[in-house]
Design a protein around this ligand. Structure first.
Ligand code: T5A
Length: 214
C-alpha cells in the first residue's frame, strides 16, 4: 500500500516531557490547517500492539531486552499495517505518540543494543515507513521525573535517571543526524510556551491542506 497525500507526524521524548499533554492541542492545530487527524501511540496503535502494551509496561514482569524488542516490533508491524498505512493512504495526518525513535533511544541508548541490530530487526519486521516530521520534546530527566513522581511507575519508569540520560542523548544524536525531520522543542518551559513552539513549528513545516484532499 502506498500513501500519496498523508503526513506521518510523531512526538518523541522521555517520560514526563509532556507528549500526552500537548496531543489535543497539536491535533487541533493540525486540523486548523485543513487536515483530518488520526491519533495513535506506541507501544500500541494496532489491536496486537495494544494487547502487547499491557505486557510491555507491566511493572510486575521482568523482560530482557530481546523480549522487549520482539514485543515492540510485533506490535509495530501490526500498527503499520492496520493503522498507519491505511490512514496515510486516505490522506490523513497520522499523529503518533512515540514510534521507532523511541526504540533507538530506549533499547539502543538506554539498554545499549547496537543500532545496527535494531536496524536489522526493523528491516526484518517490514518497517517501511518513517515519520515525515518528528517533534522531539526535550527536557532534563530530573525535571521530567519530578513531574511524574506522584504516579505509580510502569515497568520502564522504574529505570534509573542515568537510563533516561542515555535515552535523551540518543534522541539528541538522532535529531542531529536528521534535522529535516526532527524539530526540537524545549519541553522544560511552561505549557503555554511549549504549545507556542509547536504552533510556530507546524506553520513552517506543514503546508495548509488543499480542500477535498482528506
Ligand atoms: N518505549 C516505547 C520503549 O522502551 N521503546 C519503544 O520503542 C517505545 C515505542 C511508553 C513506554 O515505553 C517505552 C517508553 C516509555 O517508557 P507511555 O505510558 O506511553 O509508556 O509513556 P510516555 O509516553 O512516556 O508517557 P508519559 O505520560 O510518561 O510522558 P508524557 O506523555 O511525555 O508526559 P505527560 O504529558 O503525561 O506529562 C507528565 C506530567 O507533566 C505535566 C502534566 O500535567 C503531567 O502531570 N506537564 C507539565 N508540567 C509543567 N510544564 C509543562 N510544560 C508540562 N507538560 C506536561
Amino acid at each position: 500500500m502506498t500513501d500519496k497525500t498523508g503526513i506521518f507526524i510523531t512526538l518523541e521524548g522521555i517520560e514526563g516531557a509532556g507528549k500526552s499533554t500537548v496531543l489535543p492541542f497539536l491535533t487541533e492545530q493540525i486540523e486548523t490547517l485543513g487536515y483530518t487527524v488520526e491519533r495513535s501511540r506506541e507501544p500500541g496503535g494496532g489491536p496486537l500492539g495494544e494487547a502487547l502494551r499491557a505486557i510491555f509496561l507491566n511493572p510486575d514482569l521482568q523482560l530482557d531486552v530481546e523480549e522487549e524488542l520482539l514485543l515492540l516490533y510485533a506490535g509495530r508491524h501490526n500498527h503499520l499495517r492496520s493503522r498507519i498505512l491505511p490512514a496515510l493512504a486516505a490522506g490523513k495526518v497520522l499523529l503518533c505518540d512515540r514510534y521507532e525513535d523511541s526504540t533507538i533511544a530506549y533499547q539502543g541508548g538506554g539498554r545499549g543494543v547496537p543500532l545496527a541490530r535494531i536496524a536489522e530487526l526493523s528491516h526484518w519486521a517490514g518497517i517501511s515507513r518513517q515519520p515525515d516530521l518528528t517533534f522531539w520534546l526535550d527536557i532534563d530527566p530530573q525535571l521530567a521525573a519530578e513531574r511524574i513522581r506522584d504516579r505509580r511507575p510502569d515497568r520502564m519508569e522504574l529505570e534509573s535517571i542515568d537510563f533516561f540520560r542515555r535515552a535523551r542523548a540518543a534522541f539528541a544524536e538522532r535529531a542531529a543526524s536528521d534535522p529535516k525531520r526532527f524539530c526540537h522543542i524545549d519541553a522544560s518551559q511552561p505549557l503555554l510556551q511549549v504549545q507556542e513552539q509547536l504552533r510556530a513549528a507546524l506553520l513552517t513545516r506543514v503546508p495548509t491542506h488543499r480542500s477535498g484532499n482528506g
